[in-house]
Design a binder for this molecule. Structure first.
Ligand code: UDP
Length: 234
C-alpha cells in the first residue's frame, strides 16, 4: 500500500491517500493542543504511544462486534484505515464528573455519576465545539436519521462498558472519553473512527487517583509522556 498525498491535517494526526481510494493512512503526530488550540506544544513520542494504545483498544472493540475504521497498524506512527465520512459530532461518555461538565453545571469535581452520561458536541473549532442536543443533531442533519443516531448512542454505551472493564483490570478508572463515528466510503456502514488514547480519555489510577491522560498537559502537571507510557504498559 503506497502512501500518496496529504488529504487532511488535524491537530494531532495527518491523513494521507493511498493507491486504494477507500483506504487512507492515519499518521500520529507529537503535537498536543488544548483549550481550542490556545495551548500548543510538542510532546516527543506521544504519537508513537497513541498509535499503539489506540490500535490495542480499537482491535478489542472490533472483537466485541463494533466495527471500526482500523485495518492495521503499519509502523510506529501510521495505521491503515478505512476512509469515512465523519459525522461532525463528538460523542462524550462520562462516568465521573470532571472537566467541562463541572464548569458548565457547577457539579463537584470527581462526583461519581449514577449511570454513564452521554453528551454531544458539534465539531466546529470556530464555535468552540458547543454542546448540542439530539434534536440539534437531527434538525441540522449532522447525523442523517434518528435510527442511526440511536445506533451510535447504543455503541457508545457498549464501548464504555467494555473499556471500563478493560481499564479496571489494570487499575485505571475510565473517567470520561470522546468518540467519533463515520460512514465507510466502501459500504456506508457506521464505523468507529478517529482514535482512543490518553488524548481522548480521562484515566485515573485507581489507588492514587493520579491522572494518566492529557489533563497532565492541560493543567501543566508534568511527566506527560511517562503517564502515557504507563497506560501503554498496563
Ligand atoms: N475530548 C476530546 N476532544 C475534544 C473534547 C473533549 O478528546 O475536543 C475528551 C476529553 O479528553 C475528555 C472528554 O472528552 O476525556 C470530556 O472532555 P470535556 O468535555 O470535559 O472537555 P474539556 O474539559 O477537555 O474541555
Amino acid at each position: 500500500m503506497k502512501k500518496g498525498k496529504k488529504l487532511y491535517e488535524g491537530k494531532a494526526k495527518i491523513i494521507y491517500t493511498t493507491t486504494d481510494k477507500n483506504l487512507v493512512i492515519q499518521y500520529f503526530k507529537d503535537d498536543a493542543t488544548a483549550f481550542n488550540n490556545l495551548k500548543k506544544s510538542k510532546i516527543e513520542g506521544k504519537g508513537v504511544l497513541n498509535n499503539r494504545i489506540s490500535e490495542h483498544i480499537l482491535n478489542n472493540i472490533n472483537q466485541i462486534g463494533i466495527k471500526t475504521h482500523l485495518i492495521k497498524r503499519l509502523n510506529m506512527r501510521e495505521q491503515l484505515i478505512e476512509l469515512c465520512e465523519i459525522f461532525p459530532v463528538e460523542f462524550i461518555v462520562r462516568n465521573i464528573a470532571t472537566g467541562s461538565l463541572t464548569k458548565r453545571l457547577g457539579i463537584a469535581d470527581g462526583a461519581v455519576l449514577k449511570k454513564p452520561l452521554i453528551e454531544f458536541s458539534y465539531k466546529n473549532d470556530d464555535l468552540g465545539d458547543p454542546v448540542v442536543s439530539k434534536e440539534h443533531i437531527l434538525e441540522f442533519g449532522w447525523v442523517d436519521n434518528p435510527e442511526t443516531l440511536d445506533a451510535i448512542i447504543y455503541k457508545c454505551f457498549r464501548i464504555n462498558d467494555f473499556m471500563q472493564g478493560m481499564f479496571r483490570g489494570v487499575n485505571i478508572k475510565l473517567v470520561d472519553f470522546k468518540l467519533e463515528f463515520g460512514r465507510s466510503t466502501i459500504d456506508r456502514k457506521i464505523l468507529l473512527a478517529d482514535e482512543i488514547s490518553p488524548d481522548t480519555c480521562r484515566l485515573w489510577d485507581v489507588s492514587s487517583e493520579k491522572k494518566l491522560d492529557k489533563d497532565r498537559f492541560r493543567k501543566d502537571l508534568g511527566n506527560i509522556i511517562q503517564a502515557y507510557q504507563e497506560v501503554a504498559r498496563r
